[in-house]
Ligand binder design. Structure first.
Ligand code: AMP
Ligand code: MG
Ligand code: MG
Length: 305
């Protein structure tokens, strides 16, 4: 029996994200980050973002030539060093059984959203634990599978880096699922893109604590590991590559990630990349629609305008 494409794409993504993670560590160790501003000082790109994306897109497209892949850093030169080309699919992941609903999906029907380095501001500031590599797998406009790789995570066995994955209908792997404390409302949000509107939305939800960390990937990890109940970001700054993998992993776990109005984003290839209506993510223990209903209408109107 042939292995379904979704399993192979996920299995190659897990190994490719790990390779991208080692490139990110190498660039940092060499010390010359090659920082350029994309759309201003709030939107940086480094040598690590560029090289990690080349590694991911070259590896995925070599094995899956008909896959539609959209990367944050635009068109990449795919003529990469041989050592950046990953060809092995993750064998541990391939031991899982493919959910029935994805078995027949063909290569042409996927859209893969790549954020080669999420948390670039934090990376340039040396806050390395906030950095993740995000590979999101969408089918028919929905985020279905995802890999969140932490290049600087220290495992108990001394190994550096870990891959967290999720596939709807199958579940998640790579971390220890933990519920957040009862009777509290801990919200995680941006640390480098705070605006008055972002603050207004936080205030409206009356958090018992606010945790400011970098990156969409690392914020969803706060939910998966029980350190926060919700991720709230009332700003149009995130893009589809920031949320595709985190949404898929969180939803495979039982949580929900939508815009601030409670509506799912489309991950079809032709969409406008900006998550204009912000981000709202909640753990399975919360009722997502209750939290979305607490977001004041004037905040939604401000995002719409
Ligand atoms: P943050 O929560 O600020 O760490 O942002 C999560 C992701 O969204 C990161 O990839 C950021 O680069 C991106 N992002 C958020 N706000 C902005 C913004 N105003 N301009 C550019 N990128 C942003
Ligand atoms: Mg990002
Ligand atoms: Mg990025």
């Amino acid at each position: 029996m042939t292995t379904p494409q979704v399993m192979r794409i996920m299995a190659l993504s897990i190994n490719t994200a790990a390779r991208a993670g080692s490139i990110i560590r190498d660039v940092m160790q060499r010390g010359n980050l090659g920082i350029v501003e994309k759309e201003g000082k709030d939107d940086l790109q480094t040598e690590a973002d560029r090289s990690a994306q080349q590694c991911i897109i070259a590896s995925l497209s070599r094995k899956f030539p008909n896959l539609k892949i959209i990367g944050e850093e635009g068109d990449s030169n795919l003529d990469v060093k041989p050592e950046w080309l990953v060809t092995d699919e993750n064998e541990e992941f391939l031991k899982n059984c493919c959910p029935e609903e994805w078995r027949e999906i063909k290569e042409e029907e996927f859209v893969v959203w790549v954020d080669p380095l999420d948390g670039t501001s934090e990376y340039t500031q040396g806050l390395l634990e906030h950095v993740t590599v995000l590979i999101g797998v969408a089918i028919k406009d929905r985020a279905v599978g995802g890999v969140i790789y932490q290049p600087y995570y220290k495992q108990s066995n001394g190994e550096i880096g870990r891959a967290i994955w999720g596939l709807k209908g199958l579940g998640t792997g790579g971390f220890k699922p933990t519920s957040p404390p009862k009777g509290q409302m801990i919200i995680t949000t941006t640390r480098s893109h705070l605006t008055p509107l972002v603050q207004q939305a936080l205030d409206a939800l009356s958090p018992t604590e606010v945790i400011k960390v970098g990156g969409a990937g690392y914020k969803v990890l706060q939910l998966l590991e029980g350190r926060a109940h919700a991720y709230v970001f009332a700003s149009p700054g995130c893009k589809r590559w920031d949320t595709c993998a985190p949404e898929a992993v969180l939803e495979a776990y039982g949580g929900i990630l939508t815009d601030l109005a409670g509506v799912h984003y489309s991950y079809a290839a032709e969409v406008d990349y900006k998550n204009r209506m912000g981000v709202l993510a909640t753990v399975p223990e919360l009722k997502h629609s209750d939290i979305a209903n607490q977001v004041p209408k004037d905040i939604l109107d401000a995002l719409r305008s």
